[in-house]
Design a protein around this ligand. Sequence first.
Ligand code: BJ8
Length: 426
Amino acid sequence: MTDYTEMWTSLGLDVDGHNALLAGLGKAYTDIFLSQKDRPEGMKYFDFVMSEVHGLRIKEIVDAKAQGRTVIGSYCVFVPEELVLAVDGVAVGLCAGAELNFEAAETLLPRNTCSLIKSAFGFKLGKLCPYVESCDVIVGENTCDGKKKAYEILGPLVKDLYVMDLPQTKSEVAKKLLKEEYRKFIAKLEAVSGKKVTPASLKKAIEIVNAKRKAVIRLAAIRAADPAPISGLDSLLVNQVFFHDDPVRFTDAVNKLCDELEDRVKHHKGVFPKGTTRVIVSGCPMAVPNWKLPMLIETSNAVIVGEESCVGERGTRWLTEVKGNTVDEILDAITDRYFNIDCAIFTPNPSRVNYVKEMTEKLHADGVIHYSLQFCQPYIMESGPVEKELEKSGIPTLRLETDYSLEDAGQLKTRLEAFNERLKRK
Ligand code: BJ8
């Protein structure tokens, strides 16, 4: 194994703390992922990526910086990767999914802040995330109140925090605001990279990101098969790696995995027996290494066949139309694409529940598990109406609120097993 200590030290990481983190991550990965039966061969690529997620991938990013490329980190799927690629930048996702260093985070944030935000602060304050430390610019976005205010506190802690405003309604005025914000973001990217966004660079970037999205859309569609050819855990992992890997290499790996899965479907080969209870998980995003709930679901005689989440279909199901000849016209197409995203910060937000219904039907799911992180106002508030609407349509729904700790694992498992019994009686 390559020793990356020098690189981590030069990035300013707390090397001992970081080694402890990697050891814990490695153990969790072995227990949760490698213990699964009949995993597709194509998952070996993702196992490798995960084993090198703080090693080789960071080295690639450090090398890219040395060649003059700009590294842009973000916490939200509203930050267009296309724009970053159009200045030949590297885009990385920074959301964190581990309960780490929360004590330090709570010296700056209220205790009743969601785990996702606390985790981002925990990693930053503990100097534990090589992605955060590699970024030239970190992009925040005004989405939920928690993130909005947290960025005010994060600003002084990082090299260059750029905050993007986002609309919260789906009106024409709101769409104009989004386009204007993207225009300002282009100006920021051009200033930090010293490179100009052109119609040609934008079109090329759109093609790369569309290809990546098409690959995960293909994966999502294959999961309609019974028996399920891939576990929900492995599919989630692919959607998590989406935010870290080189986009072209990632697309190739996902398409190879899909070739294998389509062959499995043809031969009725699955990772769970045919007829296993099928569920969709809908709600807050799950960042690496937030694998608790999927692991509990899939060890409770059910298989996850889809994620209505920003680490899942909400983040990927729309493509950007390649149309327009000027930067302004192409930016219209990009704005159109991103304006579809139905995050719970929007009001009203009917398309989200409609899509959960659509997913349930096309993926032949028996029920929906609505997942909210504790203290996440938008998703918790929306979970009641979502449950009501789904139940009214005959889709059994279980609402769960949890955090990143394992303390409630037993309680969650009991509720999941009871829900599974209900689904079997359906
Ligand atoms: S588009 S879901 S990635 S904002 S869990 S921090 S909402 S209190 S993550 Fe999100 Fe963009 Fe929306 Fe998607 Fe706030 Fe809730 Fe915490 Fe959250």
